[in-house]
Design a protein around this ligand. Structure first.
Ligand SMILES: Nc1ncnc2c1ncn2[C@@H]1O[C@H](COP(=O)(O)OP(=O)(O)O)[C@@H](O)[C@H]1O
Ligand SMILES: [Mg+2]
Length: 1079
């Protein structure tokens, strides 16, 4: 539901001055101040918007705000410039009424900002689409271009518009923008050559020097230094908060969007540069022969560069600065210019160049933004014109500006009154005459065609003879003397003769906005706006397309001897056109006020505001508005707003709104003279009555609020209760369900348990029975089987052979054995007794047999082997066997003897003639003959002896001679001793008491010790009558030499003694034999 609001809601002070009660100047100002302090910068007087300049950005121009004010009634929301823009746009779109927005106020009051706000609002709410957006963008972007060339910093405003601007925005029937037309009024061109203290020249000069690239500046022959140019005032060349360089880029960009070509932009900049150069041209006097001074250019460099920029010939321009040609009736007179005239000419050229450039820019922009479609269109005009100006020193410009404002005030008064009157007529209300100040008389003083000030100035300018500003003043003094708004010291009306505030060269006009003193100096010149023809012709000759266009009067073909229209005349004419244009449109007013002179936020200077309020005629505006009825409102919103005040209309009125309002008013007992009924509106005479209604409404609203609160609270509590109740039921039902579920589950569980027990018991019982049954069945079956078996066996026994199995077994075993033996036979190993191989056994049960067979086979092949031996070989083996029995593992010498064959006779004595005698002495067969060493007991040294062994004796003989030394019968031998080691020492011990024992035992050493002792032992053991010869193997034994016993001890020799066995006598009773360690 859309909430109906009103201007009257949450008001700070009153939003509409019409409602001010009581209406005095003080309360008016107080209201403005109060609102200003609360950031409410807009206030209405009826449909007029008063705007106070906040001098800071407020958050009230956001897209949200645009949406808020879009399509809302004017009085529905708190005052805002958007409300006015919306109202204007909607009546343009919906009611097909052309609109104009008139923005007035002093310089710096916020007019230009207001015009931009209106335009941006309209752009935001009107139609969208590619084409429409392009148009919008071009319209909006024309602003920065015109501001750069037409705005300047003044003491009042850092961005003061120095021209008047009226822009018609054209819309199609849907309210989409089609294009626009801009008109400009009187650029303050004197600023180009001179600026008051603390002010600047037009922005574009500073922007160009700060923002252009080095390259561009070089092309324009400029330097980035303000101080190089005479036309630029230096004391405020840079303005805080203004970024000239960035603005230059913005301007170039805007020019591009608006549709300027690159070469056009270049031409424009060249002209700007040329103006700067022009300011640097200086003149010096040169005396001539006729005593007159003639001017000469001081330094021609700047002139040269300027001519290069503009493409003019230097000599032509130089001449134009020195001479002036006057043409009259086919006659040409050329006069020289003095220095002052030359400077005048220079400045005039500069001003003309710049102002014509500005006009060209406006025309060029118009060319871009003009509506393409030729269809009829609706128009919204926005007028942002310079405000009323009062300076210390007011000249022609201020006069013109103030005249313009005077005209605007006039139209304001006329239109407001007319509108008011029209509304009364429309609504059928009786019109009562209203007293107000009408400034038509002042306008007449200025513009009257016969005796108006402008007319007289023109007359003076055109008059032949010497014309000065003073002659002009004289004329005024005569003609306007009686005018009640004209004051001059020397007027015929002598009442100002002693007024010292009025200097002699001035006149004063009582404008609607206050008295302004004008100094007449320069009026004539400025009105004439003279540019010597030589200069315009020089410009026309320039080889520069733009310049040529700007100075058409310089064309020699079209010499026009008629004077051009004066500035005043032109301005009057354009103001006239503007006024008649505005009168055809529905006006919307924005009256701008500046709260202080310091451009400061939050400061509200009451006297300053009071002054502006007075000259803007705001109080009168309120009075006019209130003259008949202070407040009016259409019946529907009125009924909607106050219907709660009466039972009959509350809450719904069924009939027409007007009747409802009538019932309401009668019911409230409002005196009948306080209001009138119009056709669509009710008119309320006094604000008091409105406030009475508002107060009642407020009270009623409070009651209603309480009622609503009561009902709401009741409703809230009830619904809360219902909700609780509903929730409780839900909770309870859920709980019950849950409880039931639980209970059911418990029962179900118990039932299942009982059931399972019962079933278990039954099942077990059944199982038992079944098992028993099964056992019985099995028993029966077994018994039956046995019984049947017995029966069958009994019946069939006769058919079986009782020992078939055994036979089969035996047969099988036989077959296996047969196969085994045949296999073994074919796989028998070789007959060599040392071959250890034997075939593997095929069955484990043959283990024992197999091993036994292997043993038998081995014994058999050994026997076979042995049976091949001869008797001798057999004896040799027997001897070897005996040696083994005697010495194996007892004497270390034994292993080396195994390989040696026992030869026996090593000497072959019988064949040696040397031993003939000896062999004959030994009659028996010699079993062993060898050489041994007999060890001498005295020193342990050995001497070689022949050792012979027969069946009965041991014979020792000299080795050389063969002479017998000893012959010992074997029966005399008691034992033989030898060591355990590798030596060949042995002792032959004799039986005590035998014949041989007299000479003592023999200690001998032989290389064939094993053989010798073995043979000795064999022989002695073969004789049946003799006892066995003892063989002692010890490392220490006693030897009985002739007289005494000597101990022979065998020790392990150290390796340093070498590999030989040595025997040393240690003492009388000890011989020590050192034997090398066996390896
Ligand atoms: N509505 C506004 N909000 C914020 N600042 C404003 C507003 N209106 C004006 N100003 C400030 O005041 C300065 C002067 O405004 P401007 O419109 O140029 O004055 P005028 O055109 O009346 O001479 C602006 O540059 C801006 O700083
Ligand atoms: Mg402005």
């Amino acid at each position: 539901m859309e909430v109906k609001t009103s201007l009257l809601d949450n008001m700070i002070g009153v939003g509409d001055m019409v409602l001010l009660e009581p209406l005095t100047e003080d309360s008016f100002l107080e209201n403005l101040k109060k609102r200003f302090d609360h950031n409410e910068i807009y206030t209405y007087i009826g449909s007029v918007v008063i705007s106070l300049n906040p001098y800071r950005s407020l958050p009230i121009y956001t897209p949200d705000k645009v949406e808020e004010y879009r399509n809302r009634n004017f009085y529905e929301l708190s005052p805002h410039i958007y409300a006015l823009a919306d109202e204007a746009y909607r009546s343009l779109r919906d009611q097909d009424k052309d609109q104009c927005i008139l923005i007035t106020g002093e310089s710096g009051a916020g007019k230009t900002e207001a015009s931009k706000l209106v335009m941006s609002y309209v752009a935001a709410v009107c139609g969208k689409g590619q084409e429409v957006n392009k148009v919008k963008e071009q319209l909006l972007q024309s602003n920065p271009v015109l501001e750069a060339f037409g705005n300047a910093k003044t003491v009042r405003n850092d961005n003061s518009s120095r021209f008047g601007k009226y822009m018609d925005i054209e819309f199609d029937f849907k309210g989409d923008p089609l294009g626009g037309v801009i008109s400009n009024y009187l650029l303050e061109k004197s600023r180009v050559v001179k600026q008051p203290r603390g002010e600047r020249n037009f922005h574009i000069f500073y922007q160009l020097l700060s923002g252009a690239s080095d390259d561009t500046l070089k092309k324009l022959k400029l330097e980035r230094d303000f101080s190089k140019y005479n036309y630029l005032s230096l004391d405020s060349a840079t303005v805080s908060g203004l970024d000239d360089a960035a603005n230059f880029r913005t301007v170039r960009n805007a020019m591009q969007i608006v549709g300027f070509m690159e070469d056009e932009m270049q031409s424009v900049l060249e002209l700007v540069a040329a103006v700067l150069k022009l300011g640097n041209i200086e003149f010096k006097p040169e005396s001539r022969c006729n005593g007159m001074d003639e001017s000469r250019i001081k330094d021609k460099n700047d002139l040269k560069e300027m001519c290069e920029l503009l493409g003019t010939e230097q000599s032509v321009l130089e001449r134009a600065f020195s001479y002036r040609t006057v043409e009259a009736k086919m006659e040409k007179v050329s006069t020289t210019l003095n220095v002052a005239q030359a400077y005048y000419a220079r400045d005039a050229l500069a001003k003309n160049l710049y102002s014509r450039l500005f006009s060209w820019l406006v025309t060029r922009i118009n060319g871009s933004i003009k509506a393409q479609a030729k269809t009829r269109h609706k128009v919204m005009g926005v007028l942002d014109i310079y405000g009323f100006e009062i300076f210390e020193d007011n000249s022609f410009e201020q006069f013109i500006i103030n005249y313009c404002n005077e005209k605007l005030q006039q139209i304001f008064i006329e239109l407001t009154l007319r509108e008011e009157q029209e509304e009364y007529i429309r609504e059928g209300i009786e019109w009562t005459n209203i007293e107000y100040f009408n400034n038509a008389v002042i306008c007449d003083l200025i513009e009257n065609n016969q005796n108006g000030i402008l007319a007289m100035l023109d007359e003076e300018c055109l008059r032949p003879g010497t014309v000065t500003d003073e002659t002009f003043l004289d004329k005024l003094n005569t003609i306007c003397a009686d005018h009640q708004h004209f004051e001059s010291r020397l007027s015929k009306n002598s009442k100002f003769l002693n007024d010292h505030s009025l200097p002699h060269n001035c006149f004063r006009i009582q404008h609607y906005a206050g008295k302004v003193l004008y100094r007449v100096e320069g009026f004539v010149d400025k009105n004439n706006d003279l540019l010597y023809r030589d200069l315009s012709q020089a410009m026309y000759k320039a080889n520069h397309s733009l310049i040529k266009q700007l100075f058409p009067e310089g064309n020699p073909v079209k010499v026009n001897l008629k004077r051009p229209p004066t500035a005043g005349f032109q301005f009057k004419a354009s103001v006239g056109t503007l006024m008649s244009n505005l009168q055809t449109k529905n006006p919307n007013y924005i009256r701008c006020i500046k709260p202080n002179d310091k451009k400061a936020s939050h400061i509200f200077n009451e006297s300053l505001v009071c002054h502006q309020a007075r000259y803007l005629g705001l109080m009168e505006n309120v009075r006019v508005r209130r003259a008949g009825y202070a407040f009016r409102q259409a019946y529907e919103p009125c009924l909607e707003r106050y219907k709660m005040l009466c039972k009959n209309t509350w809450p719904h009125w069924k009939g027409p709104a007007r009747q409802g309002v009538e019932v309401l008013m009668t019911n409230l007992q409002v005196p009948a003279e306080e209001y009138s009924y119009g056709r669509s509106k009710i008119f309320i005479r006094n604000p008091r009555t409105l406030f009475f209604l508002e107060e009642k409404r407020k009270q009623c609203l409070e009651d209603l609020a309480t009622l609503i609160q009561k009902i709401y609270r009741g409703w809230k509590c009830r619904s809360h209760f219902l909700l609780l109740k509903k929730s409780q039921i839900v909770v309870a039902s859920w709980y019950r369900r849950y409880a039931q579920q639980k209970k059911y589950q418990k029962i179900k569980h118990s039932t299942t348990v009982v059931q399972s027990y019962t079933r278990g018991w039954q099942a077990r019982k059944l199982l038992r029975e079944l098992k028993y049954q099964k056992k019985c069945e099995e028993a029966v079956t077994t018994i039956a089987a046995f019984w049947h078996g017995t029966q069958v066996r009994r019946e069939y026994r006769k058919f079986f052979r009782a020992n078939a199995g055994k036979k089969i077994y035996n047969f099988t075993i036989q077959r296996i054995m047969q196969k085994y033996f045949l296999g073994l036979k074919s796989k028998l190993p070789s007959m060599s007794p040392i071959d250890k191989t034997w075939p593997a056994r095929p069955y484990s049960f043959l283990d024992g047999v197999h091993a036994e067979l292997r043993r038998i086979f081995h014994l058999w092949r050994c026997k076979k082997y042995r049976s091949q031996f001869t008797e001798e070989k057999k004896a040799v083996y027997e001897e070897k066997l005996e040696a083994s029995e005697l010495f194996k593992d007892k004497k270390a010498l034994y292993p080396s003897s195994v390989r040696q064959p026992f030869k026996g006779d090593y000497l072959e004595i019988s064949k040696n003639p040397k031993y003939q005698k000896l062999s004959s002495a030994v009659d028996e067969k010699i079993l062993l003959a060898d050489v041994v060493n007999k060890i001498n007991r005295a020193n342990g040294k050995g001497s070689p002896r022949l050792f012979l062994l027969t069946k009965k004796n041991v014979v020792l003989a000299d080795q050389k001679t063969g002479q017998l030394k000893a012959n010992v019968p074997l029966t005399d031998l008691a034992s033989v001793s030898t060591s355990t080691q590798t030596d060949g020492f042995f002792a032959l011990k004799l039986k005590e008491g035998s014949a041989s024992a007299i000479k003592g035992d023999f200690l001998l050493s032989s290389d064939h010790l094993i053989e010798m002792i073995t043979k000795l032992h064999r022989i002695s053991s073969m004789a049946a009558d003799r006892e066995k010869l003892n063989i002692d193997i010890l490392d220490e034994f006693l030897v009985q030499f002739k007289q005494d016993k000597v101990c022979v001890k065998f020790i392990q020799g150290s390796p340093k003694n070498g590999n030989s066995v040595s025997c040393k006598r240690k003492n009388n009773r000890l011989l020590e034999v050192s034997v090398p360690a066996s390896s």
